[in-house]
Design a binder for this molecule. Structure first.
Ligand code: ZN
Length: 288
């Protein structure tokens, strides 16, 4: 367990775990996944680490447990979000974020993180556990059901642990940063004018988010929160959500042409690049 107590910042977390789940009746899980994938490819409105993920056929269970007040998990999520906000606020304040027209991005606006169970409403449609953690650009919010992490360890064989979870959260914050920087919009319009590059650009967006997550791990390095083993835990989680691993588990075959997130190796390499350099320039996945 990493020593999160050394981080004083807290992000904006809304805990909806005690609320009744949004009604998902009438929409199959596949329908929701398709909706997400389609809106991702067309409007760039959503991006999820596992949007190629095929859920196991199972009944939509209304797994509602009583939940009261803020618990350790909410504090943990707020802390990871807070440390990400510190990094991005400092980065934006340095004024080194410049778009292709030479505009500098000065103001960082922190995202919101919603914790939920089973399903909840989002501006991008109904967020469900099966879809996995994702970021919705329409409400600048990250949606997270912590039971996803059981899936990560049980189904995808990741070691798991708090640092693996922090990596996933930081990857989602990275999508928010890409949105603020105008990268998401630029990628969407390029995809709209040339749909054939959709997978390639989606993959670059995802690998950049992994690199940004690496920048986050670098930003808390000096606090000695993460041990080398724990950095390995984050890398292991990045490998577990590689397209090749997921595809092999789900279909038994590997078809790189359909990838949207990158191979396990590429995802680990991107995270490592951000972690080792601590330099946002090294995360320009669109130039290579
Ligand atoms: Zn992603």
């Amino acid at each position: 367990m990493a020593d999160w107590g050394k981080i004083g910042s807290r992000g904006n977390v809304e805990d909806r775990r005690s609320s009744a789940p949004a009604v998902v009746g009438g929409i199959s899980v596949t329908g929701i996944l398709l909706y997400l994938l389609v809106s991702y490819l067309t409007d760039g409105q959503v991006s999820v680490p596992l949007d190629t993920f095929q859920p196991a056929p199972q009944e939509q269970t209304q797994n509602l447990q009583e939940f009261e007040g803020s618990d350790e998990y909410e504090v943990f999520a707020a802390t990871v979000l807070g440390s990400n906000n510190d990094l991005w606020e400092a980065t934006f304040n340095k004024g080194i974020i410049v778009d292709e027209k030479g505009n500098e991005y000065g103001g960082y606006i922190p995202p919101k993180l919603v914790l939920f169970r089973t399903a909840t409403d989002s501006s991008c449609g109904v967020a469900t556990s099966q879809v996995g953690p994702h970021y919705c650009t329409l409400d600048s919010t990250i949606y997270l059901d912590e039971t996803f992490f059981d899936e990560l360890t049980q189904r995808y064989g990741a070691t798991g642990g708090d640092v693996a979870e922090a990596y996933v959260m930081s990857h989602e914050v990275a999508h928010h940063v890409q949105n603020l920087m105008g990268i998401t919009d630029a990628v969407s319009s390029e995809i709209q004018s040339n749909p054939r590059v959709a997978n390639d650009l989606a993959m670059k967006l995802e690998l950049q988010a992994d690199c940004f997550a690496g920048l986050w791990a670098n930003s808390i390095k000096d606090l000695n929160i993460l041990s080398p083993n724990e950095i390995a835990e984050a890398m292991d989680a990045a490998a577990a959500v590689g397209d090749d691993r997921i595809q092999e588990k789900v279909t038994g075959r590997i078809n790189p042409e359909t990838w949207t997130h990158g191979s396990s190796e590429a995802r680990v390499a991107s995270f490592t690049k951000g972690y080792e350099t601590g330099d946002i320039e090294s995360c320009d996945t669109f130039s290579y």
